[in-house]
Design a protein around this ligand. Structure first.
Ligand SMILES: [Fe+2]
Length: 172
């Protein structure tokens, strides 16, 4: 049986997407401290901590959007994010050389970012189609922040983490 009432139009679907994003961000807020704790490189630890702050801001932005849409602030369980975070937890639990673990944490985090970029891109398009221009702008801002985080993670990986991971136990 469907858990939610029938969606009749794009506005209904848009609201559903917003609730999904809201829940996804809540899951990210819970996961990031664990990612930071388990990262070895200071730069990576710092980047996870910074993204935690950015994520909190994104949740505040969603709060405003819910208010604007006259919706109760409520999430709807995001199974996609649950799966991605489980993958990250597996990385944390698996035994790996420190450099390898950092490379694996970055890979897991970038999957999360790409998933969010996709979700916010869809939400922004829906907002635009519905004439919610200001909301579309806010969603675009979040999508850009996720994009910046993704790029920063690539830079960290490519500047030294991947090389370090490659050289772990090399020649031993
Ligand atoms: Fe986010």
């Amino acid at each position: 049986m469907p858990q939610h009432k029938k969606m009749n139009n794009l506005e209904d679907l848009f609201k559903d997407v917003l609730m999904d994003l809201y829940d996804a961000e809540q899951q990210v807020v819970k996961a990031l401290p664990k990612m930071a704790e388990n990262a070895q490189a200071t730069e990576l630890k710092q980047s996870f901590k910074e993204h935690l702050e950015v994520t909190r801001g994104q949740i505040t932005r969603l709060d405003k959007i819910f208010k604007e849409m006259k919706m109760p602030v409520q999430g709807k369980h995001c199974k996609g994010m649950e799966g991605l975070i489980k993958e990250g937890e597996e990385v944390i639990q698996e035994e790996m050389e420190p450099g390898v673990k950092d490379a694996a944490l970055i890979a897991a985090a970038q999957k999360v970012e790409h998933y969010e970029i996709s979700g916010y891109g869809t939400a922004r398009s829906f907002a635009q189609a519905l004439g919610h221009t200001e909301i579309a702008r806010m969603l675009d801002q979040t999508a850009n922040e996720e994009g910046e985080t993704d790029k920063k993670l690539s830079t960290i990986a490519e500047s030294h983490i991947n090389r370090r991971a490659k050289e772990e136990r090399a020649g031993r």
